[in-house]
Design a protein around this ligand. Structure first.
Ligand code: G3P
Ligand code: MG
Length: 247
């Protein structure tokens, strides 16, 4: 039996895909302006244990800093410019903490998929700390965030500190033993590279009682294929193209 599913089909990747600096509040606001009610974000830890939003392990691509983000304390990360790399109109945009985004989502009734994206070597700790923070931030809310990770160790950590917050295993390939790992972690969903889904895989995952989601879907043909396969969720960059009002 699949558990009830409170999340919408359409999820805006990193806030608003490539239309605003990824994983900044400006991006989530833009995704919301396009009608999106659920967002995916990437969360990792500063050296002093503050969960913040950034995709890459290093600061180089999406900030004016250099080196590994997880090596710096939050007091230094908070000074960085995470918008200028994208466009002049976003110059000075700060890196958000997970708490900043939680407040924005909760205040506006938006839902969140927190992809736990540990700095390599910090999988279990990142999962545990993100779990602790999310449990506190969403306490008393009707719908919790959805955790996901490519790293089973991160999901294990989140399960230890926030067992009530649902978990999903991210898969870029169907590695040996993925289904057993997802079951052992009590996952409610599998989030696949969209090209991996076919009739057999959808049936297998549904047979395990799990939901079926995809990343990162930016073409209409791909979205149509996933909807025809009966999958449950689509993470997209193209918030300006796909209407989240579409069933
Ligand atoms: O969570 C779905 C998707 O974001 C996973 O890949 O590299 O974009 O974080 P990536
Ligand atoms: Mg991600």
């Amino acid at each position: 039996m699949t558990t009830p599913w409170p999340y919408p089909r359409w999820i805006a990747h990193r806030g608003a895909g490539k239309l605003a600096p990824e994983n900044t509040l400006a991006a989530f606001r833009l995704g919301a302006q396009h009608g999106y009610r659920m967002f995916e974000c990437d969360a990792k830890l500063s050296s002093d244990g503050v969960p913040f939003l950034m995709h890459d392990a290093t600061l180089n691509r999406t900030t004016n800093g250099r080196g590994t983000g997880g090596d710096l304390p939050w007091s230094q990360l908070a000074q960085l410019d995470a918008g200028s790399w994208h466009s002049r109109s976003h110059a000075g945009e700060p890196l958000p903490t997970l708490e900043n985004l939680a407040r924005y989502c909760i205040a506006n009734g938006f839902l969140l998929n927190i992809e736990i994206k540990p700095t390599p070597g910090t999988e279990a700790t990142t999962g545990k700390v993100v779990g602790e923070h999310a449990a506190r931030l969403w306490q008393g809310q009707a719908v919790p965030p959805l955790f996901s990770s490519f790293q089973p160790g991160a999901l294990e950590g989140a399960k230890a500190t926030a067992p009530h917050i649902p978990r999903a295993l991210l898969l870029d390939t169907l590695w040996e033993g993925w289904a057993d790992v997802a079951q052992r972690l009590g996952c409610v969903a599998i989030v696949c590279n969209h090209a991996l889904w076919d009739t057999a895989l959808v049936a297998q995952v549904k047979g395990l009682g799990m939901r079926t989601l995809s990343y990162t879907v930016n073409d209409d043909w791909a979205a149509q294929r996933l909807i025809a396969l009966g999958t449950d969720g689509i993470i997209t960059d193209r918030v300006d193209f796909f209407s989240p009002a579409t069933a």
